[in-house]
Ligand binder design. Sequence first.
Ligand code: CMP
Length: 139
Amino acid sequence: MAGNRTFTMIKPDAVAAGHIGAILAQINKAGFRIVAMKLTHLSAQKAGEFYAVHKERPFYGELVEFMSSGPIVAAILEKDNAVADFRTLIGATNPANAEPGTIRALYAKSMGENAVHGSDSDENAAIEGDFHFAGVEMF
Ligand code: CMP
C-alpha cells in the first residue's frame, strides 16, 4: 500500500553511543512495525551512492566519511502516514532545532552527526529501502 512505509538508518554516532535499543523502543512505541532490519557497515562507496542526491553539496564528503565510519542499523518501517509521522518522531535535521523528546533532540550531536535518517518522500522511502534490502528480507 502506498504511503505506509519509510526507511531509516540509526547512524554511526548513535550506534557507537549505545542508543540502538532506546531508539528502536521509541520507534515501536510510536506505532511503527519493523518490516526489515539489519546491522551493517557501509563502505565509503556505498555511503556515497546512498547520498548521491547530495553530491554537489559542500557537506557531501563529510557526510560520506561519517556514514562509513562505523556500523549502522538500516530498517524499513510501516505505519499509516509513515514518512511524515517518522519525520515528526525524529525531529529537525539540526538537533538544535529539534522538538524536545524527538529522537534527534535526545541523541543527535550536530547537523552532520544527527543520530538517525528518515526518508523525505514515499518515492525515496521505496528507493532507499530497496537500496539496502532484497524483497525476501522484507516481512
Ligand atoms: P539525513 O536526513 O540523513 O539526510 C542528509 C544528511 O546530510 C542529513 O541527514 C545530515 O546528516 C547531513 N547534512 C545536512 N545538512 C548538513 C550540513 N549543513 N552540514 C553537515 N551535514 C549536513
